[in-house]
Design a binder for this molecule. Structure first.
Ligand code: ADP
Ligand code: 5GP
Length: 191
C-alpha cells in the first residue's frame, strides 16, 4: 500500500492533556518531523484552517472515504463526530522525507502502533491528575459546556489505555515535558 516505510511517532492522551502543545513544540524544533493532518467531521474552531489542523469533511464525504478504504484508521471519537487518518496523508509526508507525527485519540494510537510495529514509537501523555486535566480543559475554553463534560467523561476511560503504549510521559511541568519529549523522539529517530 505504501511505496516506502518510514518511522512514525504517535502522541496520544485524553483531550486537554497537552498533545497539541507538545506536538507543536516538536514540530518547531525538529524540521524532520511532519504533522499528520487528520480528517474530521467536527466544525472548525475560529483559528483553525482546512488542511492545517484538519481536513474538515462533511459526514457523507467522510463515510465515502471509509467505504473506499482510504483511511489508515478512523473512529467516532465523540458521539456523532468522526476523526481519521488518511493513507494519502501518511504517504504525502513520507514522500517529503518526513518522519510522521500523529496526534490521535488513545484507541487510534493503539491501532496505528499495531500497523507499523517497530517503525512506530507510541507515547501516552498523561496529565498529573484528572483534576488538573479538567482545569486545563476549562482554561483552554474551546468547548461549550456539554462538550467539555463529554471530554472529561471520556478522559476517565481513556486513562486506562496507557499500558498499551511504548512510553508514558507525565505532563506536569511543561518545560520538563517538552525537553523529555524531544529527547525521546530524537533517540527513536536516531536508533
Ligand atoms: P490536547 O491537545 O491534548 O487536547 P492542549 O495541548 O490543547 O491539549 O492543552 C490543553 C491546555 O492545557 C492548553 O491550554 C495548554 O496551553 C495547557 N497546558 C498544556 N500542558 C500544560 C502544562 N504542563 N501545564 C499547564 N498547562 C498546560
Ligand atoms: P479535537 O476535537 O480536540 O481537535 O480532537 C479530539 C480528539 O480526536 C483528540 O484526542 C485527538 O487526538 C483525536 N484525533 C484527532 N485526529 C484523529 C485521528 O485521525 N484519529 C483518531 N482516532 N483520533 C483523532
Amino acid at each position: 500500500m505504501y511505496s516506502i516505510l518510514n518511522k512514525v511517532i504517535i502522541f496520544s492522551a485524553p483531550s486537554g492533556s497537552g498533545k497539541t502543545t507538545v506536538v507543536n513544540h516538536l514540530l518547531s524544533v525538529m524540521p524532520e518531523l511532519g504533522f499528520s493532518v487528520s480528517a474530521t467531521t467536527r466544525k472548525p474552531r475560529p483559528h483553525e484552517q482546512n488542511g492545517r489542523e484538519y481536513y474538515f469533511l462533511d459526514e457523507n464525504d467522510f463515510k465515502k472515504k471509509v467505504e473506499n478504504n482510504e483511511f489508515l484508521e478512523s473512529e467516532e471519537v465523540y458521539t456523532g463526530i468522526l476523526y481519521g487518518t488518511l493513507n494519502s496523508e501518511v504517504q504525502r509526508l513520507w514522500d517529503l522525507g518526513k518522519t510522521v507525527i500523529f496526534d490521535v485519540d488513545v484507541a487510534g494510537g493503539v491501532r496505528i502502533k499495531q500497523k507499523f510495529g517497530d517503525n512506530a514509537l507510541s507515547i501516552f501523555l498523561r496529565p498529573p491528575s484528572i483534576e488538573i486535566l479538567m482545569e486545563r480543559l476549562k482554561k483552554r475554553s474551546t468547548e461549550v459546556e456539554h462538550q467539555m463534560q463529554m471530554r472529561i467523561d471520556k478522559a476517565q476511560y481513556e486513562l486506562n489505555f496507557e499500558n498499551q503504549y511504548d512510553i508514558v510521559l507525565i505532563n506536569d511541568k511543561l518545560e520538563e515535558t517538552l525537553a523529555k519529549a524531544e529527547e525521546i523522539v530524537k533517540n527513536f529517530i536516531n536508533s
